[in-house]
Ligand binder design. Structure first.
Ligand code: HH2
Length: 262
């Protein structure tokens, strides 16, 4: 049980827990370096918030936010992932040294994205989301959330393979908080091993998310305990990558859990 930690570097004014803190490129780069020193093996750089209700960011603005930060962090200790659904942003980030494309639309947001990732040999994170950030929390309904997410991800894997993405370069993510009620999120985390049956590494992002607040009433900046509990349990259920804001704290929890389990 030694998942990789993916540290979140949000170069946005409006991310749900740290919006505006790292909008300046130098500050974002320093933050990324700090997360790498704290044990992040991957840094996920994003220039568009996907919080519920978020509006899309124009291409030029997203590029302006992320390009200098990816360039500044690439070549360091951590691999760089670009959190975008726009092929032009992914291309610029890959040019600047990113290796992973984290696409919350699972290649559905931009018709150029699949071919780009295939051509460039990028690792791709395919995430489940019901609807778009603007609409996803309206009324999420599933027959069986785990089975539905699993079936969706299986189809997205087929699409990626058909576009020429190497199977070994595909990672999967159930999209905690993306078009799901708190109960859906808890159910997905409880039954994560069923998603492991897809045979690809699982990325899990519970960090500071609202399902934690639904459990105990906490707001976004007071959810470290819930982030740690959910991350440790996800790792025990087989998660390969944990996408977190609090790398040092989750890393310590993971090391202790691994030491106990032996
Ligand atoms: N969660 C967020 C953004 N990107 N990518 C993956 N693969 N999995 C996730 O769970 C995930 C993600 C939301 O978190 P954050 O980046 O902190 O917030 P915002 O979207 O408001 O910037």
């Amino acid at each position: 049980m030694r998942p990789k930690l993916m540290g979140v570097v949000n170069v946005t004014p409006d991310s749900f827990s740290d919006g505006g803190l790292y909008l300046d490129p130098e500050t974002a780069i320093q933050h990324g370096e700090e997360l790498a020193r704290a044990g992040a093996e991957i840094l996920d750089v994003g220039g568009e918030s996907t919080r519920p209700g978020a509006e899309e960011v124009p291409l030029e603005e997203e590029l302006r936010r992320v390009e200098p930060v990816v360039a500044g962090l690439a070549g360091g200790a951590a691999a760089i992932s670009i959190d975008t659904s726009k092929a032009a942003v992914a291309a610029a980030a890959l040019d600047a040294g990113a290796e992973i494309v984290n696409d919350v639309t699972a290649l559905r947001g931009d018709p150029e994205m699949a071919a780009l990732c295939a051509d460039r040999g990028a690792t791709v994170v395919l995430m489940h989301m019901a609807g778009s950030p603007r609409t996803m929390q309206a009324n999420p309904v599933y027959e069986d959330v785990v089975a539905d997410v699993k079936a969706f991800l299986a189809v997205r894997v087929e699409t990626a393979l058909a576009a020429g993405v190497g199977e070994e370069r595909i990672w999967l993510d159930p999209g905690i908080g993306f078009g799901k009620t708190a109960e859906h999120n808890l159910e997905l985390l409880r039954r994560l091993s069923e998603l492991s049956e897809l045979g690809r590494p699982l990325v899990i992002g519970t960090s500071r998310k609202s399902f934690i607040g639904k459990v105990d009433g906490s707001d976004a900046n007071a959810r470290l305990g819930g982030t740690i509990a959910s991350s440790v349990l996800a790792a025990a259920e087989g998660a390969a990558v944990l996408r977190v804001h609090d790398v040092a704290e989750v890393g310590q929890a993971m090391a202790v859990a691994a030491a106990i389990l032996g």
